[in-house]
Design a binder for this molecule. Structure first.
Ligand SMILES: Cc1cc2nc3c(=O)[nH]c(=O)nc-3n(C[C@H](O)[C@H](O)[C@H](O)COP(=O)(O)OP(=O)(O)OC[C@H]3O[C@@H](n4cnc5c(N)ncnc54)[C@H](O)[C@@H]3O)c2cc1C
Length: 404
């Protein structure tokens, strides 16, 4: 397997749990893998997979659940509130869980270290990666999993091209302390320059994911800390006040990318090697982990000798299309609907459309339910799995108490 990011590490554990022997390689050293400053909004599908792989209890204390999501547009004049009661009654009582990169990565690496079926090779030069020497994989390996990120060397070696485009936007991520923050409520604000998310991390801390034009992001990144704080304070929801900025902001270019094939020969593309999307809606990692969930289900059948590896390869390529394409298109559609750009320059048309769609969402329960289920479980056949009581109650503790 190539790539020990969050997708590759979880996939290695999933394959090992399915009875496979795995070699996982990455050019980065352990500390570099751990040091990414980011927090993710994990969805119900991700939590169900962690539970299935026996990792949920180890991570429960690092997860901060939120049970409300406020969508706001047109400077807060149009709003829709989504609550976890819009999910099926037996779902864990949260819309999502905020997890910081470091503890999640550390937990996955610790479990990999403890799994005898996995050999973890970190700091390995790309030329010596197992399985990627040949054009479409190496015959010495039954399966080669490429989870080596959006610039995937494996994908390029295979000659698989991508569809996609870059947005004229960058995403700034930064952690802050807020006053007035409700630790159970996340915000997605649709602003003219791009969406801005406020993700509650508990104890007054929040992760901000701020999309803006590339030019403005460059100017913001060049600011001294007090000027950056002032600029950030001006764009936050009115309900919260910025107390301090906790770390150095980082900016990332954003785009949409989809590999034209998800499988070739004995290689499959997983996570951002296969697809990436705008962070709007926090779908990126969850979509990557749904790839892992699919691989795990197929690998279990092969591990139990019910099916062949050829079957897994064909099946994976087919099964991941609907969810992947739908998630990318919906994310892109929402971005275009709520951010004035080349396709939607006419504000007189856009503002009523935004108001109408948020009012509809706010008033119409079945629509909220549909939207939330798609966010929580992905598209295509929703594979919601029942969770044991012990796990559900651990997650309930991670979610500030609120009645459902
Ligand atoms: C600003 C921003 C905010 C985001 N917020 C969220 C969020 O709230 N929720 C969410 O779900 N997602 C979010 N995402 C998306 C999420 O970060 C990614 O989807 C996720 O990190 C992808 O994981 P990955 O393991 O597929 O790729 P990566 O994390 O890129 O890992 C790829 C790994 O492959 C290794 N590698 C590179 N080349 C090779 C090679 N040749 N051989 C072997 N290994 C190699 C790299 O060293 C790296 O360790 C966000 C993204 C951005 C940019």
């Amino acid at each position: 397997m190539a790539g020990a990011g969050l997708t590759g590490c979880l996939a290695a554990l999933a394959l090992a749990r399915a009875g496979w022997v795995v070699v996982l390689v990455d050019p980065l050293q352990r500390e570099t893998l751990l040091s990414r400053q980011r927090a993710y909004a994990l969805s119900q599908s991700s939590l169900a997979l962690l539970q299935q792989l026996g990792l949920a209890s180890a991570l429960a204390s690092h997860l901060q659940g939120f049970d409300q999501l406020t969508l706001a547009a047109n400077r807060g004049r149009a709003q829709a509130r989504i609550h976890c009661t819009d999910l099926p009654r037996d779902a864990p009582p949260a819309i999502g869980w905020i997890a910081e990169h470091r503890p999640v990565m550390a937990t996955l690496l610790r479990h990999l270290d403890q799994t005898s079926a996995v050999t973890l090779k970190l700091g390995v030069a790309p030329s010596s990666f197992p399985g990627l020497a040949g054009e479409a994989g190496d015959g010495n390996w039954d399966l080669v999993v490429a989870a080596d990120g959006h610039r995937s060397m494996a994908r390029q070696t295979m000659g698989v091209r991508c569809w996609g485009w870059r947005y004229d936007q960058s995403c700034i991520t930064v952690q802050v302390h807020l006053h007035g923050e409700d630790s159970a409520r996340a915000w997605e604000m649709f602003r003219d320059e791009g969406p801005l998310a406020v993700l509650p991390m508990g104890q007054g801390r929040s992760q901000i994911v701020w999309s803006t034009s590339r030019a403005r992001a460059a100017r913001l990144m060049a600011m001294d800390p007090p000027s950056f704080s002032r600029a950030l304070a001006a764009v936050l929801p009115k309900a919260v006040t910025l107390i301090t900025v906790r770390n150095a902001p980082q900016a990332f270019p954003v785009g949409l990318q989809l590999a034209q094939r998800l499988q070739q020969g004995n290689v499959i593309l997983l996570g951002e090697a296969a697809h990436c999307c705008h962070p709007l809606g926090g779908q990126g990692l969850n979509l990557c982990w749904r790839d892992v969930g699919c691989l795990h289900a197929l690998a279990c059948r092969v591990g139990q000798r019910q099916r062949s590896i050829g079957w897994l390869l064909r099946r994976y390529g087919r099964q991941r299309w609907v969810d992947t394409v739908a998630t990318l298109l919906v994310t892109d559609g929402l971005l275009r609907l709520f951010t004035p750009g080349p396709l939607t320059r006419r504000r007189w048309l856009l503002v009523p459309l935004q108001r109408f769609s948020l009012a509809l969402l706010n008033r119409w329960g079945p629509l909220r339910s549909l939207v939330l289920q798609a966010m929580a479980y992905g598209w295509g056949p929703w594979r919601r799995r029942g969770m044991p009581q012990e796990y559900t109650s651990k997650l309930s503790q991670a979610t500030p108490a609120r009645s459902r």
